[in-house]
Design a protein around this ligand. Structure first.
Ligand code: ASP
Length: 341
């Protein structure tokens, strides 16, 4: 199926649960292009709801969602919590720092415990790549990956795509995908789950993706995933429509990967002067948290007409509402969703 921007929404995807036949959302790598578009389109209704003063739906009333976060988070945890509550679910947050994980409980035992509590969806963030898949194998309900090590962060990539789609539409570009867009992702590509999920998502939606990092922070062989690889930021910026900046993931670094933050900023920091090299239209994105003055300057991050960083946060709630809604449809026996595999 190759949906185009002129296809009516109902005709873009297979009917009912076949539009999204997965029990879990573990990574963008598991998704087809039309499944990504389906989640983005589903999120639009929640963007509209979230812009009203009364932001409540009872779509998930009676369901229990557990947010199990084994790594720190601000935006992702808060937005999953808000998303679940706006959909009328009971939302419980489990923080690893205060859980039995600190007492040596294994991940599998934690999964079995969460399952016994009959959660209807479990949202997991974990420092180890693949941990969310491991938990998904042990529980009976949908599992949503809220970031696993340096592997994937699917809802971040989806919210980035939604924010970008909105920004392009505001500029009069009606396309639903990113065909023809040149998107530069610059920063610590090696340790970034955001880079990996975004590369997969943006490419699935037709964009040309340039990855830019110092050699030590670029994964070997990443070209095989279809990305254009740059070590010179100024060269990567030529003709760029969008620049997505990433934080140095120091918590995942063992050893010295950059000479100093000052030198890193000099070569890879997004300054106003550097942004001007791209074009006077280029959009700026960052998943947060930002290290101002390292990978991005404040005067760029706060540029009202170019930076869509706060829009990314806004879209995060809507995307997470869409994911929770879609993944719990089978259990809620929403018409057309009760009988899928
Ligand atoms: N918040 C994003 C993540 O959890 C990006 C970052 O931490 O740099 O991966």
């Amino acid at each position: 199926m190759t949906p185009s921007d002129t296809t009516p929404h109902a005709a873009r995807y297979p009917a009912g649960s076949l539009a999204f036949p997965h029990r879990d959302l573990l990574g963008i790598g598991h998704l087809e292009r039309h499944e990504i578009l389906f989640l983005l389109d589903e999120a639009e209704q929640w963007v509209d709801l979230n812009r009203q003063s009364a932001k409540h739906s009872d779509a998930l009333a009676g369901l229990t969602i557990i947010n199990a976060f084994f790594e720190n988070s601000t935006r992702t945890l808060l937005s999953f919590e808000i998303a679940g509550k706006r959909l009328g679910a009971d939302v419980v947050n489990m923080h690893a720092a205060t859980s039995s994980v600190k007492k040596g409980e294994t991940l599998i035992d934690t999964a079995i415990t969460l399952n016994a509590m009959r959660a209807d969806a479990i949202v997991i963030r974990h420092g180890s790549s693949g941990a969310t898949g491991l938990i998904a194998d042990k529980v009976d309900c949908p599992v949503l990956n809220a970031g696993d090590g340096q592997h994937e962060h699917p809802t971040q990539a989806l919210l980035d795509a939604l924010a970008l789609r909105h920004a392009l539409r505001e500029r009069g570009q009606q396309a639903d995908d990113f065909t023809g867009q040149i998107i530069v992702i610059c920063g610590d590509i090696l340790h970034s789950r955001v880079a990996r999920s975004n590369l997969l998502c943006l490419q699935a939606l037709g964009a040309t993706v340039r990855l830019c990092a110092p050699p030590a922070l670029m994964p070997a062989g990443i070209e095989a995933m279809g990305a254009e690889v740059f070590h010179d930021f100024d060269a990567a910026l030529q003709g760029a429509d969008v620049i997505m900046m990433l934080r140095l993931q120091t918590e995942r670094m063992s050893g010295q990967f950059i000479p100093s933050a000052r030198e890193y900023h000099h070569l890879y920091g997004l300054t106003k002067t550097r942004l001007a090299q791209a074009s006077d239209q280029t959009l700026v994105m960052h998943p947060g948290p930002m290290n101002r003055g390292v990978e991005i300057d404040s005067e760029v991050a706060d540029m009202i007409d170019r930076s869509i960083i706060t829009q990314q946060v806004e879209m995060g709630v809507a995307i997470r509402m869409a994911c929770l809604d879609v993944l719990t449809r089978r259990a809620r026996q929403v018409e057309g969703w009760g009988d899928a595999a």
